[in-house]
Design a protein around this ligand. Structure first.
Ligand SMILES: *[C@@H]1O[C@H](CO)[C@@H](O)[C@H](O)[C@H]1NC(C)=O
Ligand SMILES: *[C@@H]1O[C@H](CO)[C@@H](O)[C@H](O)[C@H]1NC(C)=O
Ligand SMILES: *[C@@H]1O[C@H](CO)[C@@H](O)[C@H](O)[C@H]1NC(C)=O
Ligand SMILES: *[C@@H]1O[C@H](CO)[C@@H](O)[C@H](O)[C@H]1NC(C)=O
Length: 546
């Protein structure tokens, strides 16, 4: 009797485990501060991203994919499936001296996946809390983390410099799990690329894999050396007129090469055909102002940190062998909060119910209308908000005007004729991978490129609506994606409707508690010049040397 039970339990276990083992792998790649016009599948002839483009052409390009307008809120929303303002993570990103984090009561994406048997790895940026061990990725569902914990690092030195009221403060921020990674050498995009490939190579395929690759690129480095790329790559891109843009393009090229390498590594491991690949930007590009990286969101209006489209309507695509027969352009609304339930559906697990995210998997796969109608951002720290519902978008509150203009058109210059797009596609790693898995790419498929390209007659001299002092701006975001014609006076009924909908969201806001306050205990000089953890869970300062 006892033995029989054991046999039954064994078979049940085997069946359960078998189910887990066959779940699709997920490789989630995030670019940092990359603009709308910085991928060639959106139409740029200047910066060519053949590997990323081919994933869009043979997967699904997400035409109306939105994120929060800066890093920390976007990443918090991705991990929790909740808008950042309901977890207190909205507004200006975390600085390295803050004792603030995504609340540990929140259950996050890698934790859900781990429960379903996934091996979970983070390579690259974290940026949702670094002052305490319990805030770190390895305490929150990731089996391993190799990367930076704060907003960005120098591409070769891996340090981050902040200006505090006591002066400049700098420290290293590159860690392997809980220890500073002292032995590392090289350009950070290559370093992360090699690490991602090694995670794939050594992955035990009896489990499904969740690998998040959150690149430093193409975020700017420290103020003294914001644009950094290997000189031979910069040299290859000499068709780009503006030197700063050329450096930026080289940073993007290294990122695109890494996407190609990762796809190739998945093929070589034999798991590509059971893998879902996502590529997104965390927010719009930052053409000018603080942390400028010379990205371009053209012709969208606004930069990172702005509620206008350039800050929030960002690059996004999803690829899987199963999607290669689908319609390759999906026009429905999607927000970064939707990945958690959407991926849950894709891998056949029950999505959590108490979140803002909506499962959009079937809509994307079958090219149906989106189930998402409302997109909201509230930044009570800077003091603005926007809401999109249906065809309309309302922007209210106080914005930083310099972040809300059209920029990037002056950066588009190409000297001579520029390189051939066709040949860059044909030389790319993803091109050869696609033919090896029987999904050959036909060059005529670049029609998608024209279809997704946003063309506006942007008149940069025209008076634009800026919200503030009681003024609100209203746009028909479908007809006027570049937000040039304010409709707030001609459509007061829509203003009222969106305002009352937004009021409901304001009631949900958890206020930002500690607006970038730097604690002297975080000083890297107290931690062997690293930005290591400095506070224990009971709030005590952690003594030096680790
Ligand atoms: C991090 O820790 C995990 C689990 O202990 C281990 O398997 C992995 O090798 C470590 N990663 C690194 C980069 O040291
Ligand atoms: C592709 O579809 C099959 C059949 O529905 C499913 O079993 C498999 O998990 C899917 N693969 C991916 C990567 O989504
Ligand atoms: C709001 O009013 C203040 C004071 O009059 C002015 O300085 C500011 O430029 C105004 N802001 C906008 C967006 O009009
Ligand atoms: C501090 O860093 C140096 C090298 O930068 C290293 O040799 C030393 O072991 C570190 N000290 C501690 C206590 O970790």
């Amino acid at each position: 009797m006892f033995l029989k039970w054991k046999v039954v339990v064994f078979y049940i276990l085997m069946t359960v485990m078998d189910g887990e083992a066959n779940r699709p792998n997920i490789v989630f790649i995030i670019a940092d501060d990359m603009g709308w016009d910085d991928v060639s599948f959106h139409g740029s002839d200047q910066i060519q991203t053949p590997n990323i483009d081919l994933l869009a052409y043979s997967g699904v390009a997400l035409e109306r994919y939105y994120s929060h307008c800066v890093c920390t809120p976007s990443r918090a929303a991705l991990l929790t499936g909740k808008f950042a303002y309901v977890t207190g993570m909205q507004g200006y990103p975390l600085t390295n001296g803050e004792d603030r984090a995504l609340p540990t009561i929140e259950k996050i994406l890698p934790q859900y996946l781990k429960e379903h048997g996934y091996a979970t790895h983070l390579v690259g940026k974290w940026h949702v809390g670094l002052s305490r061990v319990e805030y770190l990725p390895t305490s929150r569902g990731f089996d391993s983390h190799f990367g930076h914990r704060g907003g960005y690092i120098d591409y070769y030195e891996y340090d981050l410099l902040e200006t505090w009221n006591i002066g400049d403060v700098s420290g290293y921020d590159l860690f392997r799990n809980l220890s500073f990674a002292r032995d590392v050498e090289g350009y950070i995009t290559d370093v992360y690329n090699e690490e991602a490939k090694s995670v794939i190579k050594s992955h035990d395929i009896s489990k499904p894999l969740f690998l998040m690759v959150a690149h430093n690129a193409p975020h700017s480095g420290n103020e003294q050396a914001p644009l950094q790329a290997p000189r031979e790559v910069v040299r290859e891109l000499r068709h780009i007129e503006l030197p700063q843009r050329r450096y930026y393009a080289a940073m993007v090229k290294k990122l695109d090469d890494s996407v190609g390498d990762i796809v190739k590594a998945l093929l070589e491991k034999g798991i590509l055909e059971n893998t879902i690949i996502i590529f997104i930007s965390d927010n719009g590009g930052i053409t000018s102002q603080a942390f400028a990286n010379y990205a371009s969101n053209w012709p969208l209006r606004g930069l990172k940190s702005s509620p206008f489209e350039g800050g929030v309507r960002v690059n996004g695509l999803v690829w899987s062998k199963n999607l290669t027969q689908s319609q390759h352009l999906w026009k429905g609304y999607m927000h970064v909060v939707d990945w958690l339930p959407t991926l849950s559906k894709a891998i056949d697990i029950d999505p959590p119910t108490n979140i803002d995210g909506i499962d959009l998997w079937d809509s994307i796969v079958s090219n149906e209308a989106s189930k998402r109608d409302v997109i909201v951002e509230i930044d009570d720290y800077t003091g603005f908000a926007y809401i999109i519902s249906g065809d309309y978008k309302l922007v209210t509150g106080e914005v930083l005007a310099n972040y809300c203009t059209y920029q990037g058109n002056k950066h588009k210059g190409i000297a001579g004729s520029g390189p051939s797009y066709k040949s860059s596609i044909e030389k790319s790693a993803v091109y050869s991978v696609l033919s090896r898995i029987g999904v050959p790419f036909l060059y005529s498929d670049t029609n998608l490129r024209n279809e997704i390209k946003i063309s506006c007659d942007v008149d940069t001299s025209k008076d634009l609506c800026y919200p503030g002092n009681g003024t609100v701006c209203l746009y028909n975001i479908k007809e006027d994606p570049c937000e040039s014609t304010d409709l707030s006076t001609s459509k007061p009924d829509i203003v009222d409707k969106l305002t009352s909908r937004l009021q409901l969201e304001f009631k949900r806001v958890i206020p930002r508690t500690v607006p970038h306050e730097s604690n002297l205990n975080a000083l890297p000089s107290l931690h062997n010049y690293t930005w290591d953890v400095w506070r224990s869970s009971d709030g005590e300062t952690i003594p030096i040397t680790k």
